[in-house]
Write a protein that binds this ligand. Sequence first.
Ligand code: NAP
Length: 505
Amino acid sequence: MISRVKICAVVAAADARSMWTQVRRALDVTRTIELRLDWLSDDAEIAKFLARLRASQRANPERATLIATCRRRQAGGKFTGTIAKQLVHLAEAIRAGCDWYDLEIETSSACPPELLDVLLGEGRQMSSAHFFERTDKNLKRVAVDLARTRPDAIKIAAQCNSLVESMDVLRLAHGRKNVVAVPMGGVALPARVLALREGSALAYAPVQNATAPGQVTLDAMKHLYRADRLRRKTRVYGVIGDPIGHSLSPVLQNAGFQARQMDAVFLPFLVRDLKDFLRAIGPLGIAGFSVTIPHKEAILRHLDDRDPMAAAIGAVNTVVVRGGGKLYGYNTDYVGVLRALERRIPLRGSRALICGAGGAARAVAFALAESGAVVCVCARRMKQAKALARVVGGEAVERPRLRREFFDAIVNATPVGMYPHSDRAPLRAEELNCRLVFDLIYRPRSTKLLQIASRRGIETVSGIEMFVAQGTAQWEIWTGERAPESAMRRAVLRALHNEEKMAAR
Ligand code: NAP
């Protein structure tokens, strides 16, 4: 066993001091750490860092399992020195208290084993191979090659262009001891989180922000996805979309599972090719998923059945995987709109204006019309506005009319004002003649439109309300239980608050 603690923090910085700060942060979360010596700017910084490590290990031995890595540039690392120098650094790292050293196949194949034994015999060897460009078609053979010199563990990291490829990488660790499988690339992020469940001896996670697509930060690996607690029977859910990196759905849904102490996890799937994802549902044991841009309509073709309202709206944002892998679709954006608005104003008999005529506008229009509101639509393309107004028995409104019209509610269903263009608003102050403004955008929490409305004394509703409501409705569909709404809302607000703080720096 490499380590009993299987989430491995990756510590990587250009100077010894920052590297040490990262070590301390890593120790708050895990007890297994990879030290990327090759990231240190030069030999002097490496020596400085190792001297500090040695002193600390003397004072406080065996605090963690430490893996030293000094990967050369030829193998995708940052170390530009010779092989001899690389080995000297690794030997020094072992003397300073590292238990393991990671040696890439490019170096090990160029060194006589006796030399490695003399220099590094005190440490345990992890023999590694990295494929940054594309997955090597014969990874099993690579594993055999790596094992030939009888290292204590092997590690294979491979760039994956599909979920199916990422599962092939994980399969290398199935039923084998001391094999570390690292699927790389944005598409492979879920596989990276599920690696321990699939038998990988470690799951790597950078302490600092992720620097490559598909990496998961240490904090997210441990606390958001709880990768070290996932088992075969853990229920897997996710959100599919492209892009997906900024989705807050994992924060929302995992907060729900954690609040109810459920054995379930929710992952972000970067999906370019729907068929690739659909093929992975069975093997990954996916029990349900959210659907976001650009798949909300395309997913319809792959469903076995759908809820009548999702069929009428023509878009699905929630899928349940039923027995035999049958897919059933719902639209909870619709529910989200109602839950966000009903608490504020009586919808029956009200008159509401929707700005925009895209996917979300459609869900809003159906929700409002079903609740007995008169729906008006204003979009920059009159043809789209008219088409949407027609299906819900409403009216398309030309923009110049807005200054003279009064509505009970105005709903922004355009992306105008969304981060990073937060200084924009889809309507001007004189066009906001209404009792309530509801902006579907939730980044930022308080949009320019909501600020203008507030200044005019108009009640405002943030997109967070809809986001939380549509998400809790999804959670309830999947679990059949009442969602812990306040815990889920708190998690999203905290994440948005942190994001805004980072953006302001
Ligand atoms: P969409 O299908 O792309 O539709 C966007 C609509 O906005 C279209 O009518 C589009 O007009 C219009 N639009 C785009 N840029 C515009 C501009 N500069 N000026 C005027 N109109 C413009 O997108 P969607 O899925 O409906 O999403 C719309 C917004 O709702 C997004 O900001 C999204 O984040 C938000 N949303 C929030 C939630 C939530 O839970 N809070 C849920 C879903 C969506 P054209 O057709 O002419 O381009």
